[in-house]
Design a protein around this ligand. Structure first.
Ligand code: CO8
Length: 259
């Protein structure tokens, strides 16, 4: 896939790898970068050979936030009527395949929010998370105030958002913001390994597992369980359910066909 200027895109085995690549601005998430990221995510989502996506940045920064210089002169009517942020920032939420954020260095403001919109966050020991918008006279605008509290609870979310301080990788792991912390040099390989393990399963079941878990953020327990039941039942219409269960009974490895 060619033609991108601020991201790098490659396929490793069954995993799509997107690397944010705007080093001069610590991967600040400007309009062009977010447009390219959305295009790459959508392309991987429709590529049959890809079963999971890893999103990463550089050693120094996953992303240091939305582009402050691009935002600074915007007026209230402009941001309101253009629906600033809007769909472009939320493309990652529409992706059916699992998206793993592999975070090293700064994940601040919109960068932290982008990581939280992914399905799983793996952090390097060097990772630093924060919602420093308060220091700029604004507040998080891409879901940070809502997603951070769901991950780390009210007191710590308030602490992060009201003081604008950063959280290191160890605190992020203790607080359940990330699933695990790994050495910086093996971050991308670990994320790719996780992606490869997920991609080996039947894609319909992976997509439905992702949908069911994410729905827990939005639905009541009763509605969530009802959705889970419907998704669970629907998987009995797939060949892969027959294959997975037959393979277990026959003591062999399943050969999933994503059908
Ligand atoms: N926007 C634009 N440029 C940035 C950003 C940013 N968020 N972060 C860093 N840069 C630029 C710097 O201006 C600098 O450029 P130059 O060399 O031209 O001066 C270059 O990147 C390197 O940065 P520093 O020299 O500052 O590097 P340091 O290692 O000294 O410091 C920090 C690293 C601590 C990460 C520091 O750069 C910093 O504090 N950055 C800003 C962090 C921040 O406030 N992020 C929140 C932004 S607001 C936001 O994300 C709101 C989200 C709302 C939703 C999205 C709506 C679109």
């Amino acid at each position: 896939m060619a033609g991108y200027g601020m991201i790098k895109v490659e396929t490793r085995g069954k995993v799509g790898l997107i690397t944010l690549d705007r080093p001069a601005a610590l991967n600040a998430l400007c309009d062009q970068l977010m447009t390219e990221l959305g295009q790459a995510l959508r392309a991987f989502d429709t590529e049959a050979a890809v079963g999971a996506i890893v999103l990463t940045g550089s050693e120094k920064a996953f992303a240091a936030g939305a582009d402050i210089k691009e935002m600074k002169d915007r007026t209230y009517p402009a941001v309101h009527f253009e629906d600033f942020i809007g769909n472009k920032w939320e493309t990652v939420l529409t992706i059916k395949k699992p998206v793993i954020a592999a975070v090293a260095g700064f994940a601040l403001g919109g960068g932290c929010e982008l990581a939280m919109m992914c399905d799983i966050i793996i952090a390097a020991e060097t990772a630093k998370f924060g919602q420093p918008e308060i220091r700029l006279g604004i507040i998080p605008g891409a879901g940070g105030s809502q997603r951070l509290i769901r991950a780390v609870g009210k007191s710590k979310a308030m602490d992060m958002i009201l003081t604008g301080r950063m959280m290191d990788a160890a605190e992020a792991e203790r607080s359940n913001l990330v699933t695990r912390v790994v050495p910086a040099e093996s971050l991308v390989e670990e994320a790719l390994k996780m992606g490869e393990a997920i991609a080996a399963f039947s894609q319909p079941s992976v997509a439905m597992a992702k949908e069911a878990v994410n729905a827990a953020h939005e639905l009541s327990l009763k509605e969530g369980v009802r959705l889970e039941r419907r998704l669970f039942h629907s998987l009995f219409a797939t060949e892969d359910q027959k294959e997975g269960m037959s393979a277990f009974a026959e003591k062999r490895k399943p050969a999933f066909r994503n059908a």
